[in-house]
Design a protein around this ligand. Structure first.
Ligand code: UDP
Ligand code: MG
Length: 349
């Protein structure tokens, strides 16, 4: 390991976190200092904040050069911010944690030690219990159970993005070409040696969650569509079922016409068929049709995203001595071709 390479580099996505960041640094820096004997780094990814998040990162960089920052040109979302963090982070081990201290520092250290001790490539946090509204806990739990059953690879239950990973796992993640990136899914997809540690997830102490209901639904859909073809197949199964039903129905109508004494379906196809029945049948058929269209739409929108080949995000500026990994050039093409400004200490003040 080169002398200046951090033992542990922590990637921290931040979006409007001016209130939270000082408490975060005060809690994390001493723990990292002690655990790594000074060989740590923190890379904050400012995801297009509107408050003084980037200035706060800059002022902490003044105090300690091991704290660095990358600012995105706008808000690209949590998952994109994590991918950018991975593209810049340099360390023997890379950690991912939120800056709101809902991922406890003691657990970060435990993940790191377990990774080293057990020679793991990924050690992730399993959210044993979380302080969140009941509806949100039910929604999270349902999502993880559904994705676990539908995903085309093993997906650990209740594992979020909070983790420590080896540099080779980081490189494997960076080499994946897709733009639509749900990190926890890709992380389990790349494989290697992985294990989880259960922890209690406390509520935020400052600020509010940036995940609205809409963003959570989008993330859940992204996870399902990225890692499972079952919804697409479901559309075909529903279509085949509907086809079979209509054939049987047609035969019964025919039999009923040819042999009027055959009255099993008299109510349905006889002289008085019933408007309500037709309406129910029509609306049911239409709803199935729309569900199928919706599922296809989800996949198409993801295909469109991939075909367009846009980078996962664009980096606007960096603080401190950070540079992009070679393998991340495809992921952040626009970034690699040059418009990133490297802010000097003078500019940061
Ligand atoms: N975050 C981000 N970009 C966003 C939304 C969130 O970088 O568009 C960061 C946020 O600052 C925090 C982490 O992602 O460090 C998790 O966000 P949050 O705490 O709002 O999510 P929750 O814990 O409620 O799921
Ligand atoms: Mg949070």
């Amino acid at each position: 390991m080169p002398n200046d390479l951090a033992c542990l580099c922590v990637i921290v996505p931040c979006y409007n976190e001016e209130e939270m960041l000082p408490a975060f640094f005060e809690a994390v820096v001493p723990a990292l200092e002690e655990t790594t004997h000074g060989h740590w780094a923190i890379l904050c990814v400012d995801d297009g904040s509107h408050d003084s998040t980037f200035a706060t990162i800059a002022s902490w960089h003044q105090r300690d050069r091991r704290i660095t920052g990358v600012r995105l040109s706008r808000n690209f979302g949590h998952q994109a911010a994590l991918s950018v963090g991975l593209a810049y982070a340099e360390g023997e081990y890379i950690a991912i944690m939120d800056c709101d201290l809902q991922d406890p520092v003691a657990v970060l250290i435990e993940l790191y030690r377990t990774c080293m001790h057990d020679k793991l490539d990924v050690c992730f946090g399993i959210r044993g219990s979380r302080e969140a509204p009941l509806w949100l806990r039910i929604a999270y739990s349902a999502f993880y159970r559904i994705i676990r059953n539908m995903a085309d690879h093993e997906w650990p239950e209740d594992a979020g993005d909070f983790c420590v990973m080896s540099a080779r796992c980081q490189r494997a993640l960076l080499a994946l070409p897709e733009r639509s990136r749900m990190l926890r899914g890709l992380r389990s997809w790349v494989g290697f040696r992985q294990a989880g540690i259960s922890y209690q997830r406390p509520a935020r102490t400052h600020g509010r969650s940036k995940y609205t209901l809409g963003r959570l639904i989008a993330l859940a859909l992204q996870g399902l569509v990225s890692f499972s073809a079952i919804p697409l197949r479901l559309a075909s199964f529903i279509g085949m079922g509907m086809g079979l039903f209509s054939i049987v129905f047609g035969i019964l109508v025919l039999v009923n016409r040819l042999f009027p004494s055959f009255t099993v379906l008299h109510y349905w196809v006889g002289a008085n068929p019933g408007v309500a029945t037709i309406l129910v049948f029509l609306s049911f058929t239409l709803s199935v049709l729309f569900i199928c269209l919706g599922v296809i739409g989800e996949y198409l929108s993801m295909l469109m995203q991939e075909i367009k080949g846009r980078p996962a995000a664009i980096v606007a500026s960096v603080i401190g001595d950070v540079c992009l990994h070679d393998s991340a050039y495809t992921l952040l093409e626009a970034t690699a071709h040059g418009q990133v400004e490297s802010l000097s200490t003078h500019e940061l003040r």
